[in-house]
Design a protein around this ligand. Sequence first.
Ligand SMILES: O=C(CO)[C@H](O)[C@H](O)COP(=O)(O)O
Length: 224
Amino acid sequence: MIWMAPSLLAADPAHLGDAAAAVPDADWLHIDVMDGHFVPNLTFGPPLVQALSRRARPPLDLHLMIEAPERSVEQYVRAGARRIAVHAEAAGHLHRLLQTLGSLGVERAVAINPATPPEAVEWVLDECEAILVMTVNPGWGGQRLIPSTLRKVERLRATLDSRGLDRRIVVDGGIDLETVAAAVRAGADTLVAGSAVFGSGDPAGALARLRAAAEGALSPGKSN
Ligand SMILES: O=C(CO)[C@H](O)[C@H](O)COP(=O)(O)O
């Protein structure tokens, strides 16, 4: 089953609450937390996340692009996060951090940047529910998908299948009507999309079209 996670990063910052409320059919609402250190951009802090949780129907999916994520995860859980993605590159003790997140009761994803090999998650697959493959370099929305990242998605899906593990593979960056089918065919089942949803005048309609294209790519006999 395909899950869609529109990313608020692409919404008008002056109207974030309205944007959060505009996609009630999303499976997750994706929120990119950036600290100006792990990535150059600076975005959402816990009070803003808490305020958005009151406007959004979908559960909040936080992608922490921050250094030392272990210092802040509890604050983001208290603010309303239901899934948290932490970067393998940012966590000094990734396994311990995932155990902490598990004890806090949230779904856990491990994120990897385009230059990070898929093997970086191999020894923590028992401690997460999802792997988030960055399909652009993190920091900004509106970039083009890097094709080599989909080969990592294929490798990860093959590894999961060979180990009999049921884990979500999330792709994030440059997902639109042109790229979504290739991402799904590579093995992704959860799609983060910012510009393709909130860059349109009709976020709910854009989300529905993207979901239909993704589901079409899963169904044999349909061309997308
Ligand atoms: O994590 C991100 C950037 O670091 C964003 O979620 C991602 O770039 C989605 O935006 P778009 O769909 O516009 O590429």
